[in-house]
Structures are given as structure tokens and as C-alpha cells.
Design a protein around this ligand. Structure first.
Ligand code: CS2
Length: 475
């Protein structure tokens, strides 16, 4: 890194938001929308960032006064921008009390979250809080929490005790009806701790759902070098993102208090369901299909996979014939145009979005990205060979050995169990059955319906590999 380090050049706005899960995505999406909203309309909407897991982000951003570079990567040019909206970063593991105090301050009117699917400690197939989750067990027993639902409940408890209004809880994760999911886990946990508290939260709280979209690969060491070259200063935690961004937000905030995100281009709507289904199924569904099949076929990134005509044809088939017919598009939106725009976004060669990164946490992602679509299509009697192949590819992936016999570094909260189930099956059919029995992912009915087609696809993956299996499913 150059000797000179990036520093703050303007004061941070007074904080009004605490954000849990300060990863690359939020810093390239919600933080920038909020900075733009303040630039247009003002307001005390500075952000206190909280890292729930490790202090790395706090340690990287604190010497830079909480600021960082966001670099927009167009197909031809890079556009750096200095983001100065984050007031400070807290490391929850080191000092949970400080985090609770920040969240309990009445000046904080919104607590938003990007904690990834697994951060909600829910059952992905049902959306219900998993009361057996070790972090939830801990948070029921101890006043200082460790999970995201635990922080929300304990901070709301402190606000109620102090006579303050609750903050709005705003999920910005890729979950269907993410506001309902976070409301459900918060109420279920509060119920365990203090049923009166649960009643108060249910009556006074707001949990707007939102659909978030921007492709933001995890920052890699070479990106840090690239940004230093670009700006001539050292930034330990830049974010690199595509030009496109979209944020559709249900307009339901405690006392209506929120930044003027609309002025920054966000869409404030009454019901986000149509947007969210479209995005989770069309974008995230094909992202996951490309992640498993692309990884198995030896493609490192999404743009590499899209440069393979066979992969690109599969994605096109998924959009047109397998996914789009299950959707009711939002008013004024054409699914054809949406798919066309996605193809262009995926092909952006500047965005090095690893198939391995997207393949992470598949057990938490598959239900809302692929299995719901499959369910709807199969109920309507439409075959979905591409999505079936994607499910089989996930099974092959979590088996932990790639097509060249190399070990795959599978990251998933259920990784050990998935591998044991796969290893325990003698035949391909046994392995598929064992994986279909994971109820966090597949309902009993769905497992039954998928057994024959997924086994056949899995068998073909073993016999002829991912690329030739794709060729067979192309209409
Ligand atoms: C990706 C998403 O990592 C993943 O699973 O599918 O992060 C995706 O890039 C974003 O949802 C795009 O908005």
C-alpha cells in the first residue's frame, strides 16, 4: 500500500442508522444510497457499522476515519468515489455492550441488516426461527447477545425499558419477504425472553421488506493494490461494484422516519413481492445455477461462465422457459428486458465474481432461489430440466470433490452434515435421497417430487460432467 493512507475529508453526518453486517455489499449499496439521499435532502442519517463476526472491518476502516473508496467497474472504465457516511465501526464480539448502547440511543431510528441468509438463524425451508441454534440458545440465556436476532431483541428491550420508541428493523438480505422473516425471528426470540416485550414489538415495531440489487464481489487482495494505483493512497477496505443498482423498499417506518432514499433513486412502494420474486428467481436463481454448474465445469467467475456459449444458452433457457413463466412481473416491467439486462451485467468482464463465492451457503439459498420456482413449475406440469440439473450440481458440489478429483472448499453452515450424507450413500441414488432428506432445505413433498429427476441428473453429472449435461438439457 502507498505510504499515505486514505483519510476523512468531511465530517460524518450525525448517526441515525446502525447497520449490522458491514460487508462489501452494504458498503456498495445501502451506504451509497444513504450518502446520496443526504446529499440531496439532508438529515441525520450517518451510519454506525457493526461487524458481528470479526473485527477486521473495524480495524481496516478506523484508521481511515470510517471512509473507503467505492469503485464502479464499467465494462471499459473504473470510477472511484470516496464514501464518508460511516461514522464509526464497532466489533460486536469484542464489546457487545457498546453495540447495544449504540442501538438503544433514541437518535438511532433504523437498524438495518446484511447478515446473509444464515445470520437470521431460521430454517430456510420454513422461515421460522431455529430455537435449537446454539447462538439462539445462548441469546435466550444471556443478556449480552451474539446473534443478529439477539442484538435486535436485547436492544429493543432496552429501548422499551427506557421509554423510547422502537427502531425500524430493515433487512437488506436476499430473502423472500425479508421484513416478514426478520419480524418472525425477532418476535419468536422475544417471546422466549419476555412475552410482553414480544407484544410491544409486534404492536409498535416496523419491519419493511426490501429488494436489494447490485453485484459486489468480495474484495480480493489484488483489488486493494488496484485501488491504491488508481487513487494514489492506501485503502485497506475498498469495494468494487458494477454500475447497476436497485433498491425497492416497502414504505413502512416507525414514525415515517427514514432518509430520502427516493431522491437517490430507490423505489418506495407499498408491496415489494413482485420485485423480490423476480430478482431472487431470475438473478439469484441463475447466479446459483451458474455457480454450481460453472464451478464444476472449471469456470472461475460468472463472466467466464457467461463467455461459454453453452452456459449462456442454459441461463437463457432458465430465464425464458423455466423461471419467467412462474412470475408476475411488477407493473411496467418486462421480464424479457430484465433478462437481457442481466445477461449484460453478468458478462461484465471487469467484475471478477467468483463462482465459488456465490456457491457458498447453498443450503440457505436454494429454497428461495431455485426450489420455489421448481415447485411452482412442477405443480403447473412444466418440466424444468435446467433447474433440476442445478440442484443435482449443488449435490455434486457439496459432495466435496470436483470433476478432476480435487477437493472443493465447501463453505456452508451444514457443510459437514451434507458431506457425511453424500459420503454415506453407496449409490448415486442413495446420495441424492440422503441429501433430499435435509428438511432445512427440502420439504418432504418436494423431496418426493424431486427424487427421480434429480437422481437422473446427478447420474449424468457423474457420467459425462457438467458441460455435457448442460448440452443434454438444452431444448
Ligand atoms: C449472489 C448475490 O453471492 C451471491 O449469492 O447471488 O450476492 C448477488 O450478487 C446479489 O444479490 C446481486 O444483487
Amino acid at each position: 500500500m502507498p505510504a499515505e493512507r486514505l483519510t476523512r475529508t468531511v465530517a460524518a453526518p450525525k448517526p441515525g442508522i446502525v447497520h449490522l453486517g458491514l460487508g462489501a455489499f452494504y458498503r456498495a449499496h445501502g451506504a451509497i444510497y444513504t450518502a446520496d439521499a443526504i446529499a440531496k435532502s439532508g438529515g441525520d442519517w450517518g451510519i454506525i457499522g457493526v461487524s458481528l463476526q470479526s473485527p477486521t472491518m473495524r480495524d481496516a476502516l478506523t484508521p481511515q476515519g470510517g471512509t473507503y473508496m467505492a469503485v464502479e467497474l464499467g465494462p471499459e472504465a473504473s470510477q472511484p468515489r470516496h464514501i464518508q457516511i460511516i461514522d464509526r465501526v464497532l466489533a460486536a464480539r469484542e464489546d457487545p455492550q457498546v453495540v447495544l448502547e449504540a442501538m438503544s440511543d433514541p437518535a438511532i431510528r433504523i437498524v438495518s441488516l446484511t447478515v446473509t441468509e444464515k445470520g437470521y438463524c431460521h430454517e430456510p425451508s420454513t422461515g421460522e426461527l431455529n430455537l435449537d441454534h446454539p447462538d439462539i440458545q445462548h441469546d435466550i440465556a444471556q443478556p449480552l447477545p451474539c446473534s443478529a436476532p439477539g442484538y435486535l431483541v436485547r436492544a429493543l428491550q432496552a429501548r422499551r425499558a427506557a421509554g423510547f420508541a422502537p427502531f425500524t428493523v430493515q433487512s437488506c438480505d436476499n430473502l423472500p419477504d425479508n421484513g416478514r422473516v426478520v419480524r418472525g425471528v425477532v418476535l419468536a426470540l422475544a417471546q422466549q425472553i419476555d412475552p410482553d416485550l414480544a407484544g410491544w414489538i409486534a404492536a409498535e415495531g416496523c419491519f419493511p421488506s426490501s429488494m436489494v440489487d447490485r453485484i459486489v464481489p468480495a474484495t480480493k487482495p489484488q483489488d486493494i493494490v488496484h485501488v491504491a494505483d488508481l487513487i494514489g493512497q492506501g485503502d485497506a477496505a475498498p469495494v468494487l461494484h458494477e454500475p447497476f443498482r436497485q433498491w425497492v423498499i416497502e414504505d413502512d417506518f416507525v414514525a415515517g422516519a427514514r432518509p430520502d432514499w427516493q431522491a437517490a433513486g430507490a423505489q418506495m412502494v407499498g408491496d415489494i413481492t413482485a420485485y423480490e420474486h423476480m430478482k431472487l428467481r431470475m438473478l439469484n436463481g441463475t447466479h446459483s445455477a451458474l455457480a454450481y454448474l460453472g464451478y464444476l465445469a472449471g469456470h472461475e467467475t460468472i463472466s467466464d461462465a457467461m463467455a461459454d456459449a453453452r452456459m449462456a444458452a442454459l441461463v437463457e433457457q432458465l430465464w425464458q422457459t423455466e423461471i419467467a413463466p412462474t412470475l408476475t412481473p411488477p407493473d411496467g416491467v418486462s421480464l424479457c428486458d430484465y433478462a437481457q439486462a442481466l445477461a449484460t451485467r453478468y458478462a461484465n468482464p471487469q467484475i471478477r465474481h467468483l463462482t465459488w463465492q456465490i456457491a457458498m451457503d447453498g443450503s440457505q439459498k436454494l429454497p428461495q432461489r431455485i426450489l420455489g420456482t421448481l415447485n411452482d413449475a412442477m405443480t403447473a406440469g412444466r418440466p424444468c430440466p435446467g433447474l433440476i440439473l442445478a440442484v443435482a450440481a449443488w449435490m455434486r458440489y457439496v459432495g466435496g470433490i470436483d470433476e478432476n478429483g480435487h477437493v472443493i472448499d465447501v463453505r456452508d453452515p451444514l457443510a459437514a452434515r451434507l458431506k457425511a450424507l453424500s459420503d454415506g450413500g453407496q449409490t448415486p441414488a442413495d446420495k441424492v435421497s440422503a441429501l433430499l432428506s435435509v428438511r432445512e432445505v427440502f420439504s418432504a413433498d418436494q423431496a418426493e417430487a424431486l427424487k427421480v429427476p434429480v437422481t437422473a441428473a446427478y447420474q449424468r453429472l457423474l457420467e459425462i460432467g457438467a458441460r455435457d449435461s448442460i448440452k443434454e438439457v438444452l431444448a
